[in-house]
Design a protein around this ligand. Structure first.
Ligand code: PLP
Length: 218
């Protein structure tokens, strides 16, 4: 199956309220162009340098999403073009994004990443850390970032019940956060292996790589 066919198959099954981020990390420009030529415009990358290189080479109407763990010293390289930063997992990082967005005279949309998986290795905030961020007076003074919602990754497991439980937990944190931030509208959860469950549990944005572009060899 071609990239175009894979995309069409997936898009057919997505409800209208769910946005597809085509995760193109490690994949060559030609494959991204196949997706682009079939009409797709939203791509996700997990390394800043790779995203910058691709942004430079590809048409400028693409929305670039940074989905990976982000180091503060890399924010400046993507501040002028990134559309949505999914993996914000500290207040210091959020402040850096705000500062670099201000330098560019723009507002950068962000998602706060929650730690929902059992695995220790996955990044993200716990609920207390989330509350600490959004209730701090300094948070309200950050005028060049816009928190659009939350992102999370479930445990890598065959146990569907566990995956469902983790997504459901994230959805409930998302709903609770609306008391503080009534305008949030993006819940980024679900990848190739678990996006169907994620959608059933309330995802509004899925990040799909290998089911579109094929397996990655690192
Ligand atoms: C790589 C990656 C994805 C896509 O994974 P696939 O299993 O290839 O669909 C989604 N989200 C994040 C954060 C990733 O790093």
């Amino acid at each position: 199956m071609s990239v175009k066919e894979n995309l069409q198959e997936i898009l057919k099954t997505l409800p209208d309220h769910v946005t597809l981020v085509a995760v193109s990390k490690t994949k060559p420009i030609e494959l991204l162009m196949e997706a682009y030529d079939s009409g797709h415009r939203i791509f996700g990358e997990n390394k800043v340098q790779e995203m910058v290189d691709k942004w430079e080479q590809l048409p400028k109407d693409i929305e670039w999403h940074m989905i990976g763990h982000l180091q503060r010293n890399k924010v400046k390289y993507m501040a002028k073009f990134v559309s949505l930063v999914h993996g914000v997992d500290s207040f210091r990082l959020l402040k850096e994004i705000n500062k670099r967005a201000m330098d560019q005279n723009r507002t950068i949309d962000c998602l706060l990443q929650m730690h929902i998986a059992e695995e220790e290795t996955k990044f993200g905030l716990d609920e207390q850390e989330l509350v600490n961020i959004v209730q701090s007076p300094e948070f309200k003074s950050l005028e060049n970032i816009n928190i659009r919602g939350l992102m999370g990754m479930a445990t890598f497991t065959d146990d569907e019940k566990q995956i469902r439980r983790e997504f459901r937990q994230l959805k409930s944190v998302f709903d609770g956060l609306k008391t503080e931030l009534p305008d949030i509208d993006i819940l980024s959860m679900g990848m190739s292996g678990d996006y169907r469950i994620a959608i059933e549990e309330g995802s509004t944005m899925v990040r799909i790589g290998s089911s579109i572009f094929g397996a990655r060899n690192y």
